[in-house]
Design a protein around this ligand. Structure first.
Ligand SMILES: [Cu+2]
Length: 383
């Protein structure tokens, strides 16, 4: 028998918070109402993509203030053989690092224009002002208006992660500087996990064993009369020609993680049969269509946002410009898999691709050779 008091309490709870769906719980009003003054502070050390910093998949307690530090570096990088670009790079990587927090946490950022030791990198000080616009943040151009910082200075910004998902961040100093800084590498993504972790389409918890972040970058490299990629003295000198090249809207180079071969040659991505891998993808300036050759997206969150019920068993999914994708896959078969943009021109004639090497037993029941290549048998004839 249900007591009247129980019915009353249930009615009050329903009036205070959105209803639970059949696959996720409603937010806890006391967590939403919490203030930063009540929150514990933690420091998160960021790492270079495609990897993520050490993190809990389920929030270990109430919302926290997560302190992160991002140093902006203007650096010249050989993005493809003989092709050099002055990048704008958060923490010296393209894309920038992936901070990992939980929904309703606060992000307390120190944004440094230069590096902390010498305020320079490779002997060359930064030349331009930069800032950061977090798509996961609320108000003031995503923080862009409050974080404009000249070379040799640093600025602080704290914001609350009110939405769960993978969200793009990028530099956005205004006008033509916005696309110039973004397509020279000034972008990345932040992962905001649900407090109780990921859930599949039935509401069951998902725990991943590994997570890889694929940042897809389009470049617009000017060439001389002979068609040779031009090289410049610095981030400012490169800008006028590059902006003219950008206006054609046709990338000259496309790469995962900043340069050709980054995730097929320079970094070896590994997993094992039976492991679940979270595959994160962003493109700050163009669309992309991720696909795992030889596998699938077991669960794929539309637009990379965890507040939506994930879709099951996809072959290829979509990243909108200035957006993300998130998918999990449990590997069932050993071998080498390619994770790529299934615009195959962008994958193979450019370099929008990565390899994942999976160790383990081969399962003949999933795939086997019935006979090797041999002379053709005429149709209808007995072999
Ligand atoms: Cu910038």
């Amino acid at each position: 028998m249900v007591r009247p008091a129980t019915v009353l309490l249930a009615g009050l709870a329903a009036a205070c918070s959105p209803p639970a769906t059949d696959w996720k719980a409603a937010p806890d009003p006391s967590i939403v109402a919490m203030t930063p003054a009540e929150a514990e502070r933690v420091v998160q050390t960021l790492v270079a993509p495609p990897f993520l910093p050490a993190h809990d998949q389920v929030a270990p307690g109430p919302p926290r203030i997560v302190e992160i530090r991002m140093e902006i570096v203007e650096q010249e990088v050989e993005i493809a053989p003989g092709v050099f670009v002055w990048q704008m790079a958060f923490n010296g990587s393209v894309p920038g690092p992936v901070p990992v927090v939980h929904q309703w946490d606060w992000v307390d950022l120190t944004l440094v224009n230069g590096t902390s030791d010498t305020l320079s990198f490779g002997g060359a000080p930064n030349q331009m002002a930069h800032n950061i616009d977090f798509h996961a943040a609320t108000g003031a151009m995503g923080g862009g208006d409050l974080t404009v910082v000249p070379p040799g200075r640093e600025v602080g910004l704290m914001w609350r992660a009110v939405k769960a998902g993978l969200f793009v961040y990028h530099c956005a100093p205004g006008g033509e500087m916005v696309p110039y800084h973004v397509v020279t590498g000034g972008n990345g993504a932040i992962l905001v996990l649900p407090r109780d972790g990921l859930r599949d389409g039935y509401g069951a918890p998902i725990r991943y064993d590994r997570a890889f972040y694929f940042g897809e970058q389009d470049y617009y490299v000017p060439v001389d009369e002979a068609g040779v990629a031009k090289r410049y003295d610095g981030f400012i000198a490169q800008m006028p020609d590059m902006i003219e090249t950008m206006k054609a809207l046709v990338p000259t180079h496309i790469a995962f993680n900043g340069r050709y071969g980054a995730l097929t040659r320079d970094v070896r991505l590994e997993a094992a049969v039976g492991e679940t891998v979270l595959m994160l993808h962003s493109q700050a300036n163009n669309a992309s269509d991720p696909h795992l050759i030889g596998g699938h997206g077991d669960w794929v969150w539309p637009y990379g946002k965890f507040g939506n019920r994930p879709l099951e068993g996809l072959e290829t999914w979509h990243v909108v410009p200035g957006g993300t994708a998130a998918a999990v896959y449990t590997f069932r078969q050993s071998g080498t898999y390619a994770y790529l943009n299934h615009n195959l021109i962008k994958a193979f004639l450019y370099d929008a691709k990565a390899l994942i090497h999976v160790e383990g037993e081969w399962d003949d029941d999933l795939m086997t050779t019935t006979f090797p290549a041999r002379a053709m048998t005429p149709s209808g004839a007995a072999r």
